[in-house]
Design a protein. Structure first.
Length: 288
């Protein structure tokens, strides 16, 4: 652009004296210099203003801590894996375990938008998989046994993870504690009731999905700002990444096993992200 302007001035000055050409050049350079100065000033000002806003946000204290439930507060995925193993054993006359397992995962993912997360959806997906892998030749007693497997899963007692109650007891007077979990409404309510820790929580949110918009709705309902909200959970995909994306805090406590659908190969680098070995190791950070 500047080069085009200079050639325009050159053309303009072709029939003018050298003195006049110098004068026009001088005025042009002065004008450009002024513009550059203003642009630089605006850029520096905007940068400083942005840093100031970021600093203000980082000083906002966390007011609400939301805990994921399955494999964060209590054991879940190992029970599903045990049930899946028994289901594959029921069908081992038809196909090897890993093939049935792969087909079941595919069916579960296809059905997520219809049934959501939880044991009842898992039961229906097992039955559908049984029909698929046996080409509809499945015996009625195998279907019955599959339904029994699901009912056994629904009846499993709640086993809290080590340190959960100690952490909730220590945090309850300093923060508003919330449960934010996916899963079947009735099943998650039953688990919470049987867990013995329901009374620590100010609010229970059983969510169909844990996307950015779902967290924004929850945060609005809790009447806090995203930067005052911390989500603690075992899934980077569901508990951490969407919360960081909307300006909240996400603390990850990996569990030794994760459902294939929740796995993400992701290195998280974010000022509001922290990772902990277990739930008890949250306390020194949250009680400063
Ligand atoms: Mg979980």
């Amino acid at each position: 652009m500047q080069r085009n302007n200079l050639s325009f001035i050159n053309r303009l000055c072709t029939k003018r004296s050298n003195g006049m050409q110098l004068g026009i050049y001088s005025a042009y350079l002065h004008f450009i210099g002024e513009l550059d100065f203003k642009t630089r000033f605006q850029k520096i000002f905007l940068k400083l203003f942005h840093s100031y806003i970021q600093a203000l946000k980082s000083f906002m204290p966390i007011k609400v801590i939301a805990f994921d439930a399955d494999d964060t507060l209590w054991i879940n995925e190992p029970y599903f894996q045990e049930t899946e193993k028994k289901f594959c054993e029921l069908l081992e006359d038809y196909l090897p375990h890993h093939t049935v397992s792969r087909e079941l995962l595919k069916t579960e993912i296809q059905n997520l938008s219809l049934y959501g997360y939880g044991i009842k959806g898992f039961m229906l997906s097992m039955i559908e998989t049984a029909f698929k892998v046996t080409d509809k030749t499945i015996k009625v007693d195998v279907v019955e046994k599959t339904i029994e497997l699901g009912k056994d899963l629904l009846a499993r007692p709640i086993e809290l993870l080590d340190g959960v109650e100690e952490v909730l007891l220590n945090l309850k007077d300093h923060y508003r504690l919330v449960v934010a979990t996916k899963g079947d409404l009735l099943d998650q309510e039953r688990k919470l009731k049987n867990s013995g820790i329901e009374h620590y929580f100010h609010h229970i949110e059983i969510m169909s999905e844990k996307g950015e918009s779902d967290y924004l709705k929850l945060i609005k309902h809790l009447d806090v700002k995203p930067q005052e909200f911390l989500m603690v959970g075992n899934s980077l995909k569901s508990d951490v990444l969407p919360v960081l994306a909307i300006g909240g805090h996400g603390y990850h406590i990996p569990y030794h096993t994760t459902w294939a659908h929740e796995k993400v190969e992701h290195v998280v680098e974010h000022p509001n992200f922290k990772q902990f070995q277990n739930i008890k190791s949250l306390l020194p950070t949250l009680l400063v």
